[in-house]
Write a protein that binds this ligand. Sequence first.
Ligand code: SAH
Ligand code: SF4
Ligand code: F3S
Length: 450
Amino acid sequence: MNAEKNKKIYIETYGCQMNFSDSEIVASVLTDHGYSATDEIQSADIIFLNTCSIRDNAEQRVKKRLQHFHALKKKKPGLMIGLLGCMADRIKTVLLEEEQLLDVVAGPDAYRDLPRLLEQVESGQRGVNTLLSMEETYADITPVRLGTNGVSAFISIMRGCENYCSYCVVPSTRGKERSRDAGSIIRESTELFDQGFREITLLGQNVNSYSWQEGENEITFARLLEKVARINPILRIRFATSHPKDISDELLETMATHPNICKAIHLPVQSGSSRVLDRMNRKYTREEYMERVEAIRRIIPGCAISTDIITGFCDETEEDHGETLSLMRWVRFDYAFMFKYSERPMTLAADTLQDNIPETVKDRRLTEVIDLQQKLSYDSNQRDVNKVFEVLIEGDSKRSGDHFMGRNSQNKVVVFPKIDAKPGEYENVKIQSFTSATLLGDATKTHLFV
Ligand code: SAH
Ligand code: SF4
Ligand code: F3S
């Protein structure tokens, strides 16, 4: 502890939930060394940008923000600027001039080193560490919860990824896959529950391959989930992301057994064409994906299924694209994140395939996918009208202080007129109507739809 530093840090985060979780680890490491976190950029002595490389537009956004920060730095000499996260290792090739203006650069596995790197800056040098690690999981670090609603929290249970989907930059930015000590996950979850949190999301790029050896016993993801679910029946558990190639029946049965494990699975399909899936190195076919969806429907009736889709991947034909649309209709996804393919350096696709679908075609296919998903989401919401869901209240609705907002087990946002209750409590809500992203209803005493 070095309290005389007393410098204020401001962290702006881009990318996936895991990156947001990492920002909480950074805040924890630095507050342990006498820094304090602020959510006001004007009062910050150090601004960190926690970056994402997943698509080119993510990097462009970061570049714009850095230019803005450098303008701030001109007005406020002594302001330090640090770049964290998935772009850290690539800054030399992407940022050129701006890179010179950065005081600190730290990759996803180097956050424990930040106090030392900042000291280097104090003594007039730049602080750079972008080494990836085989072991780092930050298991012993209790994150400082940033921007929390006090009800839901996220816990990273593993780091890195070794699936090498051919389009994806994550294996190169985040390194080897490693699971975090199960005991530390249970401890952190229990502490969160004791502090009043009521929903925990366990995070990893492919949670199904979580594995921790405890003596003779392997703790699989299904067993870990069960252990967290047993902490308390009023603690809800979610997780993301599941890879279709290894979402097991054991996991689905665990979900079905515990009412507090939420009935929502994010199962990114990427494409409905087996030929494209093969080029993407996803290691499953269209038929295998459909078989997993059937297993979900059979074992967990009423479970929401959401997905990720990429349009215009290398060599994608109109027929391949049509197969994506037909698969979407068959599954009837409740929700989807949809992207057009963006070639990334240091990926298998960049090295071995041609990014040969014209932008206009990628755009048109993306629009078709988005239009279809809008219809499917509408139908999904329509099916919920007159059902009663148990809703965990997160706080006031954004639009009105007279309404609460919360989520049902299927992860849909539900808004309803306030009753005598508090955030963190559960309420049964009967759905009356909906907008594109929200179910609208009224608190009710009638029975639950399960
Ligand atoms: N680990 C998760 C996905 C993490 S990245 C999984 O395996 O499903 C989130 C999503 O970004 C991916 O599912 C994919 O749809 C999209 N994505 C990743 N790389 C991309 C690229 N190069 N171009 C466009 N979309 C991409
Ligand atoms: Fe990327 Fe595939 Fe790993 Fe997901 S599973 S992070 S898409 S390489
Ligand atoms: Fe982006 Fe890195 Fe997450 S590339 S999506 S921040 S793992």
